[in-house]
Design a protein around this ligand. Structure first.
Ligand code: PLP
Length: 391
């Protein structure tokens, strides 16, 4: 297999995937793989669901992109739906998570320049992940990222998750916002404490500092509610969504309260911002997922996954399982996650696709509509892969 025409960006298995349906992906050799990665928590309804292919077909025959200089119906409908579902009033649509997060920081800085005497710093968290533009690499707390492409954009001090004193220390007259993932995904599915999130909300409100929730990974049903913030009993001022919002296609959203609607025309935009093709898919996904019955199903599957992972922890002598909803991690006793990923994909006759964001940890992100039987099948494959590596 020649990969010579590609710029090298990652180590990838020597497999070319050709098609997918629901929880299964098939490669060029015809081998099937049960997929617990799902495009990194992107395919909320699994691979190529009819709901999305039909929305794409319908919208592509009507209107692809009139440009952001004009309104289009799916843009208006999706914005209205997201505002109705959430505690926010205003929506900007973009294409990727990092673009929505950049927009959130721009919005906060614009608001800071108008209402907070030029306050511009955005406090992030150690080990946090907000995407791969230069500014969002600065906002992230991934070790080494401050040097990878130096010099980096400034103005992103760090605090520690679940340590309110560290946030207080990082606050200054220049602070305009704190940006948080309620579940740090790339860090290894580290869930914020409820008490900490409520203290953070109180502290930021008291100091006139915005709270930006990066729900790129946790939003749109992934954690068992439409948005993870609902489970912490607080309302952020700004929220970003991506991944699951498109169910596999590139769309993201920046949401804010009315008081923060402070961009002047021309301050923010993008050629593909709010294009009707992706907005039509986003609307179809939101209407399917952000529905009480569907979300109850996600929570049921999450209990099944969590209980089964707890049994695996006991049987295989692992450290722990953790997570929120269908965003979960299995912590191994040593740096063997890559070996487990490789062994899982090599299983016969069907493979298992897993993600290892850290050397000692597997992250599980099944489709939100995975059936109980498919989940059981995936867990049985996981046990086989663990046995192959751990004995
Ligand atoms: N924020 C969080 C919490 C993420 O998990 C990710 C991607 O993994 C991003 C932002 C970046 O999103 P994207 O890759 O769509 O730019």
């Amino acid at each position: 297999m020649s990969t010579d025409a590609l710029i090298t960006i990652a180590r990838r298995p020597n497999t070319v995937f050709t098609h997918g349906q629901g929880t299964w992906l098939t490669d060029e050799a015809g081998k099937r793989h049960l997929d617990l990665v799902q495009g990194w928590a992107v395919n909320s309804l699994g691979h190529s669901p009819a709901l999305i292919t039909q929305a794409l077909l319908r919208q592509s025959q009507r209107l692809l992109n009139p440009s952001p200089a004009y309104f289009n119906r799916p843009l208006l409908d999706l914005a209205e739906r997201l505002a109705a579902l959430s505690c926010f009033d205003r929506v900007f649509l973009a294409s990727s998570g990092v673009e929505a997060n950049e927009g959130a920081v721009k919005l906060a800085r614009r608001w800071g320049s108008r209402h907070r005497g030029g306050a511009h710093e955005v406090i992030g968290f150690e080990q946090g992940f907000h995407g791969r533009t230069l500014a969002m690499m600065s906002a992230s707390g991934k070790p080494g990222w401050d040097r990878l492409y130096a010099p980096m954009p400034q103005g992103f001090p760090k605090a520690r998750l679940n340590d309110i004193a560290s946030v207080e220390r990082a606050l200054s007259a220049d602070t305009v916002a704190v940006m948080i993932e309620f579940v740090q995904g790339e860090a290894g599915v580290v869930v914020a404490d409820g008490g900490f999130v409520r203290e953070l909300r109180a502290l930021t409100a008291e100091r006139g500092v915005l709270l930006i929730a990066d729900e790129v990974q946790t939003g749109i049903g992934r954690c068992g509610t439409a948005f993870a913030y609902e489970q912490f009993g607080i309302e952020p001022d700004v929220m970003t969504l991506a991944k699951g919002l498109g169910g596999g296609v590139p769309i993201s959203a920046l949401l804010c309260k009315e008081a923060l609607n402070c961009f002047e025309p021309g301050d923010q935009g993008g050629t593909f911002a709010g294009n009707p093709l992706m907005a039509a898919v986003g609307l179809a996904v939101v209407n399917e997922v952000c529905h009480a019955d569907f979300l109850a199903g996600v929570r049921e599957r999450a209990v099944q996954l969590s209980e089964s992972l707890q049994a695996i922890v006991r049987d295989h002598g692992l450290v722990e399982e953790r997570g929120l909803g269908l965003l979960r991690a299995l912590v191994l006793p040593a740096d063997l996650a890559h070996d487990v990923v490789t062994a899982a994909q090599a299983l016969e006759p069907a493979g298992l696709l897993l993600n290892a964001p850290r050397p000692h940890l597997l992250r599980l992100m099944p489709a939100l509509n995975i059936s109980a039987a498919e989940m059981g099948e995936g867990l049985a494959l996981l046990r086989r892969a663990l046995r192959a590596v751990l004995g």
